[in-house]
Ligand binder design. Structure first.
Ligand code: DOR
Ligand code: ZN
Length: 344
């Protein structure tokens, strides 16, 4: 196949940051996607509906003129989140979920939840009102091997939460392991997962190819080839519980090429093209439309987008870097080729 037309897609997990950084990265996402769930891990985090509405306005103001992109907001759960915030979020029509960061699990997660039991009353209200819980699924115990943290989270936190709140709608974000794929497949109704391009295209060897590769470091960290193959099988199956969430997470170059480098891979410049590569490699290009443009909307109870995006099999060179405010960022595949291109 040399050309593929899909319904205009959505990104169900995206980091846009704020200020100059936001203005630098937003055009990439807005050029491809109609909507995106915008992560709330700003400094300070977006914890209230009022803050989310203000952040949404800043995003809309930063859009290139003529762009019709719609930011879908989510709130950052903390130990102190008040259950009444769930009602405010629901009533706003602009907030589509709450994000659970286990405290210390990843970038800007210091204000996250220290013990899931502390947010029980919030989860109960979310289950009642049908508000989605988006989960960064990794345990934070430093004694647990970093490659095992997602698999361990399933038994320690996720499975019990899903059982305690049978009506809670849950997205297991950026899954990376065979265990996570199997868990989602076997889970009750109302449980789904997003998958990033990097976890479909690379295994953990990519962290060490010819030397240490800070731009391939994200959390959850890349896993084994067996895990990657399980993710490819999940997308190739067409199962509606799996959908697109890039987790595109921009960081200034110097904060990744550093003594202690930040976690996050930037993929917004070529997101749908990178997914097309993964689906082609899985022999499943016909499933890209559902994964990118339908399963997520159906899960979130939102309408499908109008319009289409056409991809052609035509390679192009990714720049070595993009401007990022007064810094620069290094995108996925910097200085290398991407095999598909969005027709303009
Ligand atoms: O690699 C990551 N980067 N994982 C996350 O969970 C957060 C993200 C970020 O905000 O940079
Ligand atoms: Zn993320």
């Amino acid at each position: 196949m040399t050309s593929l037309t899909i319904r205009r897609p959505d990104d169900w997990h995206l980091h846009l940051r704020d200020g100059d950084a936001l203005r630098a990265v937003l055009p990439h996402t807005a050029a491809q996607f109609a909507r995106a769930i915008v992560m709330p891990n700003l400094k300070p985090p977006v914890t209230t509906t009022g803050q989310a509405l203000a952040y949404k306005r800043r995003i809309i103001e930063a859009l290139p003129s003529g762009s019709k992109f719609e930011p879908l907001m989510t709130l950052y759960l903390t130990d102190r989140t008040d259950p009444t915030e769930v009602e405010k979020a629901r009533a706003s029509g602009a907030v589509h979920g709450f994000k659970l960061y286990p405290a210390g699990a990843t970038t800007n997660s210091d204000s996250g939840v220290t013990d899931i039991r502390r947010v029980d009353s919030v989860l109960a209200r979310m289950a009642e009102l049908g508000v989605v819980l988006q989960v960064h699924g990794e345990v934070t115990d430093p004694n647990i091997d970093v490659f095992d943290r997602e698999a361990r989270f399933i038994g320690a936190v996720l499975a019990p939460v899903i059982e305690r709140y049978p009506n809670l709608r849950v997205v297991f974000e950026h899954i990376t392991t065979r265990e996570a794929v199997e868990f989602v497949r076997g889970a009750r109704k109302g449980v789904a997962a997003t998958i990033t391009p990097q976890h479909l295209l690379m295994n953990r060897n990519a962290l060490f190819t010819g030397g240490i590769r800070p731009h391939h470091y994200c959390l959850p960290v890349l896993k084994t080839e067996t895990d990657r193959r399980a993710l490819l099988e999940a997308i190739a199956s067409g199962d509606p519980r799996f959908f697109l969430g890039t987790d595109s997470a921009p960081h200034a170059r110097h904060t990744k090429e550093a003594f202690c480098g930040c976690a996050g891979i930037y993929s917004a410049h070529a997101a749908i093209e990178l997914y097309a590569e993964a689906f082609e490699a899985a022999g499943a290009l016909a499933q890209l439309n559902g994964f990118a443009s339908e399963h997520g909307a159906a899960f979130y109870g939102l309408p499908y987008n109008e319009g289409t995006v056409t991809l052609t099999k035509e390679s192009w060179d990714v720049p070595a870097s993009y401007r990022f405010g007064s810094d620069e960022l290094v995108p996925l595949r910097a200085g290398e080729k991407v095999l598909w291109r969005v027709a303009q």
